[in-house]
Design a protein around this ligand. Structure first.
Ligand code: ADP
Ligand code: MG
Length: 239
């Protein structure tokens, strides 16, 4: 389907403040798109609206042919990974991964299979009985990704997934995450303020500035032909 995720003129205001002013974006099935922009430009707010954690003030979103307005977050089948991983510290790795499955009242045998499958996808086979604190930061982040993948999401949303990792780990996890995407094929939207991350991982990049998309294109397009002086400066190719 050409427009698997279709975002149409989405706007959001908090009180008097316009945080998103008419975002339109179309993403094909299986694509890996980055939303790139400085802190405060509205990236997380857009992800929250897609996932159903915030409500848009105007506009609409369609996923796999379904308009999402009024569909509660847990029925959207969207996997979300936040910067802080948000693992439950008192639950084992396997219990963390099965959390979304329990919410969906999945039977025990099927859920066990899904947990094993998801942990294998992120290369954490056999670590289900560990507690989160017994894992490295990079491994904890993979548990959060496994938890998002276990529900077999229609869409995977990653909000600054690498920014809590140290610089060396960040580079290797970039490659791992892209490789995982290519294996699993989940349509992915990743938010980042790091232009290198966006450029090296995504097929297409939407550069956001002050609540609007200022340029949409391939990493090469954006780097070689930045549409505005702001973008040129932001991606390291100033006018
Ligand atoms: P980003 O993820 O790009 O850093 P955010 O989407 O988190 O940006 O925030 C965009 C703007 O919206 C910021 O100015 C932020 O202060 C404001 N904002 C975000 N959430 C709320 C909220 N719940 N209430 C009021 N203002 C908010
Ligand atoms: Mg944010």
């Amino acid at each position: 389907m050409k427009d698997y995720l279709h975002i149409e003129e989405v706007a959001k205001r908090f009180g008097e403040t316009e945080v998103l002013n008419g975002i339109s974006l179309t993403i094909p099935k299986g694509g890996f798109v980055a939303l790139l922009g400085p802190s405060g430009c509205g990236k997380s707010t857009l992800l929250k609206i897609i996932s159903g954690l915030e409500t848009e003030t105007a506009g609409r979103i369609r996923l796999a042919g379904e308009w999402l307005a009024g569909v509660p977050a847990f029925r959207r089948d969207i996997g979300v990974v936040f910067q802080s991983y948000a693992l439950f510290p008192h639950l084992s790795v396997a219990e963390n991964v099965r959390f979304g499955l329990d919410m969906r009242h999945m039977g025990r045998a099927e859920a066990d299979d899904r947990v094993r499958e998801a942990l294998a996808l992120v290369k954490l086979d056999g670590l289900g009985d560990r507690m989160p604190r017994q894992l490295s930061g990079g491994q904890q982040q993979r548990v959060a990704i496994a938890r998002a993948l276990a529900i077999r999401p229609r869409l995977l949303l990653l909000d600054e997934p690498l920014s809590n990792l140290d610089a060396i780990l960040r580079k290797s996890v970039r490659v791992d995450l892209r490789e995982l995407h290519d294996r699993v094929g989940a349509t992915t939207v990743m938010v980042t303020h790091d232009q290198e991350e966006a450029m090296s991982m995504a097929d297409k990049v939407a550069v956001m500035h002050d609540g609007a998309i200022e340029q949409w294109g391939s990493p090469e397009d954006i780097y070689e032909r930045p549409a505005t002086a702001f973008i040129g400066t932001f991606v390291g190719n100033p006018p």
